[in-house]
Unconditional design. Structure first.
Length: 248
């Protein structure tokens, strides 16, 4: 019968030392990982804005995350998607632990009439808010009456209105303001007919005719009327040659 030889004291000591050393190396490794992760953990979020933003959704979720694992473009998209009133987001990750955001807020351009109220739009057609009445707004903006009334419940804040004539109308509001023509309201009477009401005057654009041509024609006419001291009642730009009715 074979009998096991007792392990020598020296061998046991060497094995114990190797075990202790292994535990020590593993402990030091994980401690170093934790220290590095803690060092590169986002602790501060600095927000710069052109407006006083009271609440920015989604920002707090980035605190405590490893700055090496974050991507600026992904954060920009996330903040933009969660905040309808944000026009643009620029993100900079400043190592080791600072996240910087530069926010450009969206300006309301017009309110679009819907079945049970209005949706407030920025210049790109994004819905900033939904209201039951235009009187709810402190800042007056022109209403758009679209020939096909939209369902109020189908549109959410942050989504976009994609109708071409509505987007054209939003673009032209700014162009008319550049010519000192303050828009009171807009009627999109049918396909390709966009009528702007300006005090007791009106300007009609076509959605099918070249927009740049219509812009040029309107700017030339407005400048000419100023020089001649004439007031127009209606300018219709839908045709090859603009139709003009003067005030009598």
């Amino acid at each position: 019968m074979l009998r096991m030889q007792p392990m020598s004291s020296l061998r046991r000591l060497l094995l114990n030392k190797k075990f202790v050393l292994s535990i020590l190396v593993i402990t030091l490794f994980f401690t170093a990982i934790l220290l590095i992760n803690s060092y590169y953990m986002i602790n501060t979020v600095v927000i710069s804005s052109d407006d006083d933003i009271q609440l920015l959704r989604g920002v707090e979720s980035y605190k405590g995350k490893n700055s090496f694992l974050l991507q600026s473009k992904s954060i920009e998209k996330d903040v933009f998607d969660q905040n309808p009133t944000v026009e643009e987001v620029k993100v900079t990750i400043q190592l080791p632990d600072v996240l910087k955001m530069v926010i450009t807020t969206a300006e309301p351009v017009a309110s679009l009439s819907a079945t049970q109220g209005y949706v407030v739009l920025n210049k790109k057609g994004r819905i900033l808010e939904k209201i039951k009445s235009n009187e709810q707004r402190k800042q007056a903006i022109p209403p758009i009456r679209f020939f096909q009334k939209l369902n109020y419940d189908e549109y959410n804040t942050g989504s976009f209105v994609e109708y071409k004539d509505i987007k054209t109308a939003l673009y032209l509001i700014a162009k008319l303001q550049e010519l000192d023509q303050k828009v009171d309201s807009i009627d999109i009477d049918g396909a390709n007919v966009i009528r702007f009401h300006i005090e007791n005057k009106s300007v009609i654009f076509s959605g099918s005719k070249s927009l740049s041509v219509q812009e040029y024609e309107l700017e030339r006419l407005i400048q000419e009327f100023k020089i001649r001291g004439k007031e127009f009642e209606k300018i219709d730009l839908r045709f090859n040659k603009p139709v003009i009715i003067f005030k009598t």
